[in-house]
Write a protein of this length. Structure first.
Length: 169
C-alpha cells in the first residue's frame, strides 16, 4: 500500500502540463541508422531509425530529437525489366513522446511524384506500335533501379492519427 502511495505522489499532475493535440499528418523527420538494400532485404528484417528534429506543439517539444524508431520490412520487390524500380515496404512501430505516449506513424503520400517507374514499359508498348517486336524487346532490357538506403539517409513520415499528449520540455 505504501508503495502505491509513493508512486502516485512521485508523478503529480501539474497544472502547467496541459494536454496538447498532436494532429494527424504532422511531419516527423527521421534518419536511418541501418543500411537497407533491396537486393538483400527480406520480410521481417528490422530497421532502426531516429528522429532528427524535435516535433513541437505551441513551442513545446512532444517528440524529442534522437527518439528511436523501429521499422519492420513487410515486402520486397526487386528491380525488374521494362524499367520497374525495386520497392521495399515497411511498417513503423509507434513512437514514444516525451511523456511516453505512443503515437502511430505512417508514410507520407506523394502527390507530385515525378518518378515514373512505368515509363520504360509505356515506351516499350509505344515502341511495339511504332517499331514492332524490336521496340518491345528493347524495353525488356531496360532494368529498373535497386533501393539502397545508407545510414544517415533521411525519411519524412507523419503522425497517422490525432493524439492528445503532454509536454515536459
Amino acid at each position: 500500500m505504501a508503495l502505491s502511495l509513493t508512486m502516485a505522489t512521485s508523478f503529480p499532475a501539474r497544472a502547467e502540463d496541459p494536454l496538447l493535440k498532436l494532429k494527424n499528418h504532422t511531419e516527423v523527420k527521421l534518419a536511418f541508422d541501418d543500411e537497407v538494400n533491396s537486393k538483400t532485404a527480406k520480410a521481417g528484417d528490422v530497421v532502426h531509425l531516429h528522429v532528427t528534429e524535435p516535433v513541437k506543439i505551441e513551442d513545446k517539444t512532444v517528440i524529442a530529437s534522437g527518439t528511436p524508431v523501429v521499422g519492420t520490412v513487410t515486402k520486397v520487390h526487386g528491380r525488374a525489366h521494362f524499367g520497374t524500380n525495386a520497392k521495399i515496404q515497411m511498417v513503423l512501430s509507434p513512437i514514444k513522446t516525451t511523456e511516453h505516449t505512443t503515437i502511430p506513424l505512417g508514410f507520407k503520400t506523394k502527390t507530385n511524384d515525378m518518378s515514373r517507374p512505368g515509363t520504360a514499359a509505356g515506351a516499350s508498348l509505344g515502341g511495339a506500335v511504332l517499331l514492332g517486336p524490336i521496340g518491345l524487346v528493347g524495353g525488356y532490357f531496360v532494368m529498373g533501379k535497386s533501393v539502397h538506403v545508407r545510414p544517415g539517409d533521411k525519411l519524412t513520415v507523419e503522425v497517422s492519427k490525432d493524439t492528445l499528449v503532454k509536454s515536459v520540455l
